[in-house]
Design a protein around this ligand. Structure first.
Ligand code: NAD
Length: 479
């Protein structure tokens, strides 16, 4: 099996390092590729390429840059099928979800193409006879994007789309578990006309390659999505050279279900948002606080709907959920389940790994619901990042709000009550970057996404996400 290339200065190039990382098909456990553990020279080459491309890219007329981003979006759409296949192989997710992820990347590139045309400066009207002041926005410079394994392309595109629209160039490092679709994306975008050096990809482990990228003097900004503890390390390292950082970190997202919730809507929404992508996404529901009056009916409906979810290979069109990405995440889920059971919780559904010839190669875990949970348990306090959810009975919406805020995380929250005044008051009091009321829609490109408290720093998507890649400059002119 050949070692995979890196993508530097507009083309795939072999690494100077012979060290490799096996990339597994997550459903079967087979090695499908050997990714490169990039060496120091590769990292420097990629960053120097981004630096050399920066001047040309930032000076490109905004309309031309927008046209290129639209062409990039079209090229992604044209390759959606093969890209989705790569995602299904390397992440394990069902093909339909992988297709949605690729389409979302194209939509996002289109969005940022247009948003880049709306970057505006300012002239304060100071009425000074011989002086003028101009406030302009400039791209921050070379950006390093470090991305996790759960949504390799969409989480990269939140950074890439905004960075390119702002006039920045970028070096991406995908997760060591999922480098395939990212490397292919770089080829596709270069084929669409992106100039060499504007988007580069190096691969490897976080503690080595990721760390070296953060430490390097060339990048001016680190855009990171991943775990809270990794985010803190990256932030501390980036601070040493005052690099800008955006951190999209973990969540421990609560759902609050009041006695008057519409369960016809609430239950399917909560089930989907607990177990989609095998529970591997930051703003999934980890814990539910359910008011006493509907607790029994709610948990019965929740269990019934959850038991209907089909777990299997992402290539099987009936699968709702595939395997977990790696053994570490599987053990984390199992540890959270065991911890809850040891402290008195009960299993309402799931709790086991699937076994048998079609499952033994991957880490397939049944969607798991625990009841009788409280805040002494990891499932209610720490991010599981797997298909495990804790349900706790509460007497009032007020009690639910207090529990919801009793967390170091603050990424997203969900409120279900038909009393809109109560819903709005709860949404206003919950410490989270996004709150959904009475159903769970997708998170839109036009709206900012990010976390309160330890869940992150800065925002992605929308014009706020674009601002994260722009510096303000004040120009004083004496007439
Ligand atoms: P992780 O933090 O282990 O790894 C994420 C990325 O960081 C990988 O590319 C990894 O190689 C790299 N990395 C690891 N250590 C590093 C270091 N010391 N220096 C530089 N880079 C390093 O996370 P994971 O387990 O792959 O992903 C799951 C986490 O991501 C969860 O906590 C999840 O909530 C979070 N996440 C957050 C969002 C969001 O938008 N807030 C979205 C998706 C996932």
């Amino acid at each position: 099996m050949n070692q995979l290339n890196l993508f530097i200065h507009g083309r795939p190039i072999p690494s100077t390092s012979a060290e490799t990382i096996p990339v597994l098909d997550k459903a079967t456990g087979e090695t499908v590729a050997l990714a490169t553990e990039s060496g120091r020279d590769d990292i420097t080459a990629a960053l120097e390429s981004a630096q050399s491309a920066f001047e040309g890219w930032r000076r490109m007329p905004a309309q031309e840059r927008a046209a290129l981003l639209h062409r990039a979006a079209e090229a992604v759409r044209a390759e959606a099928g093969p890209l989705a296949q790569l995602l299904t192989t390397e992440v394990g997710k069902p093909l339909a979800g992988a297709m949605r992820e690729v389409q979302a990347v194209a939509t996002l590139l289109d969005f940022f193409a247009e948003e880049g045309l709306r970057i505006r400066g300012e002239i304060p009207q100071l009425n000074l006879p011989d002086e003028r002041v101009f406030i302009v926005k400039e791209p921050v410079g070379v950006v390093v994007a470090i991305v996790p394994s759960n949504y390799p392309l969409i989480l990269l595109s939140w950074k890439l789309g905004a960075a390119l629209a702002a006039g920045c160039t970028l070096v991406a490092k995908p997760s060591e578990d999922t480098p395939l679709a990212t490397l292919r994306l770089a080829e596709i975008l270069a084929g669409a006309g992106l100039p060499p050096g504007v988007f580069n990809v190096v691969t490897g482990y976080g503690q080595t390659v990721g760390k070296a990228l953060v430490e390097h003097p060339i990048p001016r900004k680190i855009a990171f999505t991943g775990g809270v503890e990794t985010g803190k390390k990256i932030s501390a390292l980036a601070t040493q050279t005052n690099k800008r950082v955006t951190l999209e970190l973990g969540g421990q997202c609560p759902a609050l279900v009041a006695d008057d919730a519409d369960l016809e809507v609430a239950v399917p929404a909560l089930v989907k948002h607990s177990f989609d992508n095998a529970g591997q996404y930051c703003y999934r529901i980890n814990r539910m606080y359910v008011q006493a009056g509907i607790f029994t009916e709610f948990t019965e409906r929740l269990a019934l709907a959850t038991r209907k979810l089909k777990v299997g290979s992402g290539r099987d069109p009936v699968s709702f959920m595939g395997p977990l990405v790696n053994e570490r995440l599987f053990h984390k889920s199992m540890a959270h389940i065991q911890d809850a059971l040891d402290r008195g919780a009960r299993l309402l559904s799931g709790g086991q790994r699937l076994t048998g010839p079609e499952f033994d190669g991957g880490f397939f875990l049944l969607p798991t619901i625990l009841t009788g949970t409280d805040h002494s348990m990891l499932v209610m306090t720490e991010e599981t990042f797997g298909p495990v959810v804790g349900v706790m009975r509460v007497e009032s919406l007020e009690e639910a709000i207090v529990h919801a805020n009793n967390s170091r995380y603050g990424l997203a929250a969900y409120v279900f009550t038909q009393n809109l005044a109560n819903a709005l008051k709860a949404a206003e009091r919950i410490e989270a970057g996004s709150v959904w009321i009475n159903d769970i829609h997708r998170s839109y490109n036009e709206a900012p996404f990010g976390g309160f408290k330890e869940s992150g720093l800065g925002r992605e998507k929308s014009h706020y996400g674009l601002d994260e890649y722009l510096e303000l400059k004040t120009i004083y002119l004496s007439l």
